[in-house]
Write a protein that binds this ligand. Structure first.
Ligand SMILES: [Zn+2]
Length: 289
């Protein structure tokens, strides 16, 4: 019974964000005359539709995390189908608005006739890098290709969210998504200063004052090309409370951060709490026997 209610709740969350996305896109179209779904980059990448597909599937993402549902084939199908169905919801909403606001006495088009006329008259926008977005005029005969491109974009957006959910770390024993208890970022000027911290992070027992002092210290090297960043998260299972320390290394190349080799996930011994050590430099209270 509980599983059935959870599955129902998840579908409701997914439908809510899909409908919300369709309403948002319709509202933007009505207020500005611009269809966010039609935004295409480099002539073929439907970024507007991908973004809307991700937004539409986000209800499933947060619902699944909240209910600790792993990605099954059924959930994958639901997420992608819901993202793609946003297109139909959107067409339906625009059609309903057109019918509702038509002056009394005007002949009302059927849905198919309306859709054909509306799609072929929609303006196409193109955005090339380092150039302003340009209006390419009415879609005309390209309309159905554009509609398929939007459909594909929405599907990709949905899949993107599915992969984001699959990448969420989960407790191997309980299958529950892990919660973040502490976060910190350290910057190191070179490999030597990184090694002094990173390679000796777990030299001391995790419940000792030495460990807490070592990991609680904030390293703030100046930001310049070659600076190394360690992004640390203390994660915990909401059921068995077992913790792990996830660390990602990135290198600043002068323009942006690029993930570097050497990241790791370290399991904390059962019963130990390292979150306060990373947050404050004070050892946590461990419940280990
Ligand atoms: Zn667990």
């Amino acid at each position: 019974m509980r599983r059935l209610m959870e599955a129902g709740g998840l579908v409701m969350a997914g439908l809510a964000t899909a409908l919300g996305t369709a309403i948002l896109v319709t509202a933007i179209l009505m207020l500005t005359g611009w269809d966010p779904l039609s935004l295409v980059v480099k002539a073929i990448v439907p970024v507007g539709a991908i973004g809307c597909g991700a937004l539409a599937a986000s209800g499933y993402y947060f619902g699944a995390k909240w209910l600790h549902q792993e990605v099954t084939k059924a959930l994958l199908f639901q997420m992608v189908a819901t993202a793609a169905a946003t297109l139909l919801l959107y067409y339906g909403l625009v059609y309903a608005l057109v019918i509702a606001t038509a002056p009394v006495g005007t002949p009302l088009p059927g849905f198919g006739e309306f859709l054909d006329r509306w799609l072929t008259q929609t303006h196409v926008y193109q955005s090339l890098s380092h150039q302003p977005t340009v209006d390419l005029g009415e879609a005309g005969g390209d309309a159905y290709f554009n509609a398929i491109l939007e459909f594909v974009g929405l599907t990709i957006g949905g899949l993107w969210v599915v992969f984001a959910l699959m990448r969420q770390p989960a407790c191997p024993a309980c299958g529950k998504y892990l919660r973040v208890l502490a976060r910190k970022q350290d910057l190191f000027a070179d490999d030597d200063s990184l090694a002094a911290y990173y390679h000796h992070e777990f030299d001391h027992p995790v419940d000792s004052a030495e460990f807490a002092r070592h990991v609680g210290h904030r390293h703030k090297a100046p930001l310049r090309p070659g600076t190394i960043r360690v992004s640390t998260q203390v994660l915990a299972c909401p059921t068995c409370s077992t913790q792990s320390v996830e660390e990602i290394l990135s290198l600043n190349d002068g323009r942006e951060w690029r993930e570097a080799d050497g990241g790791r996930s370290v399991d904390v011994p059962a019963g130990a709490d390292v979150a306060s050590a990373y947050r404050t430099g004070q050892p946590g209270v461990s419940s280990a026997a």
